[in-house]
Design a protein around this ligand. Structure first.
Ligand code: SAM
Ligand code: SF4
Ligand code: F3S
Length: 444
């Protein structure tokens, strides 16, 4: 009988990519995907450590799974991802229900770990070994056949922002060989993928040198541009310090690179940026914004903001609001600072909880207002949508426009994977709703 595996993913897009690759690997051992978390032989929690009580959330999740399986055979319990990396052996000691701990740079060993577990029991594997991981997966096809697919090109981080746990959970920066990325992209395209989202913790820090030349992310974008079936290219998450001119130039030359830049700044105050060890200023950020807008005015920006970083005064916060008013980010994330164990900012004096909450409400008021305003500009207009899927249990279809807005519309199965024009009738801050324009008006 075939064994089933259920993978629950928390955190960023890189974890989603990793979960897909974990499945590509365990398929070789005969596992099939379970869509039902109450009925599986192996349960993987792919965890995130970025904020809040990440570790406690994992133990809470395991408590929930234990209850689900009280009267059934226990599944093999695997904790993967960034909490696994940060906590490693300690988790096995504290929670006997866990069988295997595997870090984000070690999951290429998952098949061996599963085989070993069945023989020997309880395993922890949290080595930092990005090279072996990617070498292993270069030989296993990425079977993702969704219309839009992630493709990790770079991993890890050497920047050590004082609030951030990523350099400790994902290890040093590593860029995959250019030709391996292109091979994986070709494979995805032949699977039916029509949009590739290049991924990395610092995706635009991508840098790979072979015998002949040095490759940057702009080379990957330019190469992907040449595949006829591929319709859209995106990348995330980029860092202002790595926004080099060759990448900026792509916003002029590339027809497939979407005009939407997710470029986190974290704060609009130079004092706070310096305390955060971001090593760039607000002025340098605005300069990037202006350069891109100058060569392609259709490009819009989104960002990440950390509110109430220790030392943030009302005035620093005001500077963040001023920056938001200036750039009019169309879709951003904002979080209250959460001290992370092991980071430089872990023991600093926190800003009062009520003040932090008020600041978060205020910033989100601004961000959501601009988000709604831009969405309203689409009403009664046609927007170019790449159709991804039919919504579960509904007659409606789902896709995204150039700016990553969700678009929900009446469509047909044959539209999946195509670019179509949708006339927008209604909007809210997150989504656009409409109808397909006449078939002869299709965009591609
Ligand atoms: N590499 C990206 C960059 O430098 O902008 C960010 C990657 S991080 C996975 C995603 C976001 O999580 C960050 O941009 C930041 O806003 C947020 N974040 C990271 N650590 C945090 C912390 N300790 N508290 C609150 N938010 C945090
Ligand atoms: Fe974290 Fe900073 Fe690295 Fe981004 S650049 S992953 S925020 S340490
Ligand atoms: Fe979370 Fe790790 Fe991603 S901490 S945000 S899953 S890199």
């Amino acid at each position: 009988m075939q064994k089933k595996i259920f993978i629950k993913t928390f955190g960023c897009q890189m974890n989603e990519y990793d979960s897909n690759r974990i499945f590509d690997s365990v398929k070789r051992l005969g596992f099939i995907k379970s869509e039902d978390q109450t009925n599986t032989d192996c349960y993987v929690l792919n965890t995130c450590h970025i904020r809040d009580k990440a570790k406690e959330k994992v133990y809470h999740e395991i408590g929930r799974i234990k209850k689900l399986y009280k009267k059934k055979n226990k599944p093999i319990m695997i904790v993967a991802g960034c909490v696994a990396q940060a906590e490693n052996q300690e988790m096995l000691n504290r929670e006997p229900y866990i069988d295997i701990i595997v870090g984000p740079q070690s999951y290429h060993k998952i098949n061996d770990l599963l085989k070993k577990f069945i023989k020997d029991n309880k395993i922890e594997e949290t080595e930092f070994d990005a090279v072996s991981k990617f070498n292993y997966f270069d030989n296993i096809k990425n079977e993702n056949s969704k219309v839009s697919s992630y493709l990790t090109i770079q991993e890890g981080c050497d920047k050590f922002c004082s609030f951030c746990v990523v350099p400790f959970t994902r290890g040093p920066e590593y860029s995959r060989p250019f030709n391996k990325i292109i091979e994986e992209a070709e494979n995805l395209i032949s699977n039916g993928v029509r949009e590739i989202i290049l991924l990395g913790q610092n995706v635009n820090a991508y840098s790979y040198q072979d015998k002949f030349k040095k490759y940057r992310i702009s080379e990957i974008i330019n190469k992907l541009e040449s595949y006829n079936e591929l319709k859209r290219i995106r990348y995330t998450t980029s860092h202002p310090r790595d926004m080099t001119d060759d990448l900026i130039e792509c916003y002029k030359t590339s027809k497939k690179l979407m005009p939407f830049v997710h470029l986190p700044i974290q704060s609009g105050s130079n004092k706070i940026l310096s305390l955060m060890n971001r090593k760039h200023t607000v002025e340098q950020y605005v300069e990037i914004y202006e350069k891109i807008k100058k060569i392609n005015p259709s490009v819009e920006f989104s960002s990440d903001f950390i509110i109430s970083y220790p030392g943030e005064t009302d005035n620093d916060f005001k500077e963040t609001l001023n920056l938001i008013k200036k750039i009019k980010f169309i879709n951003s994330f904002s979080f209250i600072f959460s001290p992370r164990p092991g980071t430089k900012a872990s023991n600093l004096n926190l800003i009062d909880k009520e003040v932090s909450k008020e600041r978060l409400i205020k910033i989100q008021e601004y961000l959501f207002k601009f988000q709604l305003n831009i969405n309203e500009t689409f009403i009664n207009k046609s927007t170019d949508v790449l159709v991804e899927n039919k919504l579960d249990g509904q007659d409606k279809f789902f896709g995204r426009n150039k700016y990553m807005n969700s678009v929900i519309f009446d469509g047909e199965d044959s539209d999946i994977g195509k670019n179509i024009n949708v006339k927008i009738k209604e909007v809210n801050k997150n989504s656009l709703f409409g109808k397909i324009e006449k078939k002869n008006m299709r965009a591609a």
